[in-house]
Design a protein around this ligand. Structure first.
Ligand code: AHM
Ligand code: MG
Length: 340
């Protein structure tokens, strides 16, 4: 069997031995995410056909409008994980607080917690632009069998045991890592099976794409302004190409395949940036590093940040290693100056 005819199900079983404390629990968990992803994919794909678009009328905990599909995706992932009783806790970008899961036997022996952004880039849904699900998995740090606590969720990204995303794009792909490289699987919708289409994904050594919302330029820190000017300068292999979808999963996915950097910096209005450390930046950083890339807050490695709250935001520079290092070198010039 060639690698590419391998299904995700087969891949999970074949690679189960890679997990240090393998008991099949993590494999079952990834299987559940695969299943929930298919359900969400089905709904996302018919979004233009049914009356499901528009705001659900609620705001999420960050005060942003929730689209109906956000709510739907959040429910699908939570229900799938809760009903199958394979995690002890869940934290979601769409929930105010974490969820502790007690099994039917009123005891929970599961070892893993999941943190997720069930539908990232949701402002793109009603214009038919790709969106994605991002997930991050940790072993709990509190004793098994007891309810989870905040401590189980506030772990630095370097403690992740697995992370991944599903991109609902021109085709739907699930890309994930368990710390042994990154593999991408494409969904064949007719039969509902994911095939290993992108084994051992790696950022190309050099990149020439920069992805940043340049409309916010005036509010960027001087280091980012200077880096953008560097990207645009006619010299050596530059100017680089600018590509910004405004959907993190899609921007990251393209940059990982073609070579590029994604930046969401701190701005004068948002001193910590926009993206969430636990639901977006940590999982993407784990994947980036496993694919030979790099991720930073402009100064330090994202995966080494000790989180202090669930919905914490952080500036994000992620992609081809040499490009992230270059951007950091511009940031460091102004380290002692005010952020903006
Ligand atoms: P969301 O979690 O509310 O969807 O926000 C995250 C999204 C990212 O996918 C995207 O890269 C970024 O926000 C775009 O923000 P902006 O519109 O400010 O450029
Ligand atoms: Mg998001």
């Amino acid at each position: 069997m060639t690698d590419k005819s391998k299904t995700l199900g087969e891949f999970i079983i074949n690679n189960q031995g890679e997990f240090k404390y393998s008991s099949g629990e993590l494999s079952r968990l990834i299987n559940s995410i695969r299943l929930a992803g298919k359900v969400v994919n089905h709904e996302v794909n018919k979004a233009g056909l049914v009356d499901i678009l528009g705001s659900a009328g609620d705001e999420n905990v960050q005060g942003e409008d929730q689209q109906k599909l956000d709510v739907y995706a959040n429910d699908v992932f939570i229900n799938t994980l809760v009903k199958r009783e394979i995690v002890c806790g869940i934290a979601s970008e769409e929930e105010d607080d974490y969820i502790s899961i007690i099994g039917n036997n009123k005891k929970n022996d599961n070892k893993y917690v999941v943190l997720m952004d069930p539908l990232d880039g949701s402002s793109n849904i009603d214009v038919n632009v790709s969106v994605g699900t991002i997930f991050s998995i940790y072993r709990r740090v509190t004793p098994e069998g007891s309810p989870v606590t905040l401590e189980d969720f506030l772990q630095p990204g370097n403690k992740q045991v697995a992370a991944g995303y599903i991109v609902y794009g021109t085709s739907t792909m699930l890309v994930y890592t368990t710390g042994h490289g990154v593999n991408g699987f494409t969904l064949l919708p007719a039969i509902g099976t994911y095939y290993l289409s992108h084994p051992n994904m790696k950022f190309p050594e050099n990149g020439n794409i920069y992805s940043v919302n340049e409309g916010n330029y005036v509010h960027f820190p001087q280091g980012v302004k200077d880096y953008i000017k560097y990207c645009q300068k006619e010299e050596e292999d530059r100017p680089y190409t600018s590509r910004y979808i405004g959907s993190l999963v899609s921007d990251f996915h393209r940059n990982m395949i073609k070579g590029g950097i994604y930046i969401y910096p701190n701005t004068s209005q948002n001193p910590n940036g926009k993206l969430r450390l636990l639901y977006e930046c940590n999982p993407m950083s784990f994947i980036a590093e496993q694919a030979g890339g790099s991720a930073s807050n402009g100064f330090d490695r994202i995966l080494d940040i000790q989180p202090n709250e669930l919905h914490q935001r952080v500036p994000f520079f992620c992609g081809t290693k040499s490009m992230v290092e270059k951007a950091e070198s511009f940031m460091k010039k102004y380290k002692s100056s005010p952020a903006v």
